[in-house]
Design a protein around this ligand. Sequence first.
Ligand code: PHE
Length: 452
Amino acid sequence: MSQNRGSFGSKIGVVLAAAGSAVGLGNVWRFPTEVGNNGGAAFILIYLAAVLFIGIPVMVSEFVIGRSTHANTITAFRKLAPGTWWRIGGIEGVFVAFIIFCYYIVVSGWTLHYAVSSFLNRLSGDQDYKEYFTSFVGSPWEPVLYAVVFMLMVHLVVVRGVESGIEKSAKLMMPLLLLIIGVLVVCSFSMSGFTEGVSFLLQPDFSKVTPTVVLSAVGQAFYSLSLAMGCLCTYASYFGPNTNLMKTAMSVSVIDTSVAVLCGFIIFPAVFSVSGVEPGEGPGLVFITLPHVFNIAFHNVPIIGYLFSALFYVLLMLSALTSAISLHESVTAYVHEEWHLTRKKAASLVTVGCILLGIACSLSMGVWNEYKVCGLCLFDLFDFVSAKIILPLGGIIICLFVGWRLPRKLVYDEVSNKGTLRVRLFGVYLFLVRWVAPLTIAIIFIRELFYT
Ligand code: PHE
């Protein structure tokens, strides 16, 4: 099967597709919110350490599992440890990708709606943006419609396969996304709150650093790098024999982190240009605070304001799209290979399943809000179960599997491309994967579950 399952055609395609998975709503929306809530630059420094010591080693481990087996995540675990409980690691990856996907497309649908609205100039003027957002999200059909349209865009890419679908779209969308970020950063130089915004980002306030802040930084790194969801493992199964796993993991992390920090450079100068707005505004930041902030910040230059807002929401939507593609692929690869369906049929099945659950998630924030499980609506329940419970467990399994269960020689052969690359840091990598990463994730898991 491995011959006809497709592969990435170029090194740059590999990096852009993996970076596309990593760069998502987590960078544009969640990272600035976390920075705002947790002491600005101090949080960024801790985040960088989390990426370096936990994120990159876990990512390399996922690459090892994927490329050594050339199979979807469930089959990959089974091939490497046949007949053992380790297969749970693979099942977890595909399952959590599916669950996250169902609510990720709901929020992605919102980004599409905001991109369209800002193009139609509906996000301008002095209006109540909170009301605008809540009435949109609470409407029974509008968010559903946008989620479905978004889903169809993802479907069209995944159906075309690895090289002409995923790789081609990443090569198109990622440069566009980086270009938009560049334009927006340059625009934000002209804002009155630029100095204040940038100094908030660059001057660390260590008094705000508590154990919880450290834990949020690690959690954010995990989410932002798309770890433990089978996505990178699946992508790695399409890597060629010459792909340098460590280098790829580093490039992806550098792109992902730079995008997150640059989004801070776009958002904070705008936020500080308007008095009375606090940097840590919670999840409403991009959908409620920012439209309001863009309006006030650019009220003298409406054309620039229009462009800024339209480009920002296109950026948000593109970032969601490239990530959603990887979530879809994680599940589709499994259905395609294990259920012996054609790629087209497998992708269609995943699309329909996700649309149905996605609709339920979307309605759970509006008309179905009274139906709750453990006090949470379906959307929040999916978020809680996946992000707080399954993901950390998956992360631990990946570390233990690669660090302790796989033969050291197999891991070394993968990381060094059968000895053709010199990997000076192999010992350090193995130490991080065996001890530092699983223990840190375990601490976070226990704390998140029992103390929050
Ligand atoms: N990394 C993505 C983000 O930053 C989220 C994501 C997770 C996407 C897992 C795909 C898979 O938004």
